[in-house]
Design a protein around this ligand. Sequence first.
Ligand SMILES: [Zn+2]
Length: 54
Amino acid sequence: MAELDADEKYRTCPECGRDCEPVPLDAEGLGMRISFICPLHGVHTVIDPFEEHH
Ligand SMILES: [Zn+2]
């Protein structure tokens, strides 16, 4: 279940270690992305949710 570990890693803000909620981003022309937004530090991680399914 390495995918769960990866998800946990993505959620954590590298600045403060806060556990951030995933927020869907519909980037026009780029497709769907998931961003993780720290209330203190802003967006710290953006992932492509479909990348893992290749
Ligand atoms: Zn933070």
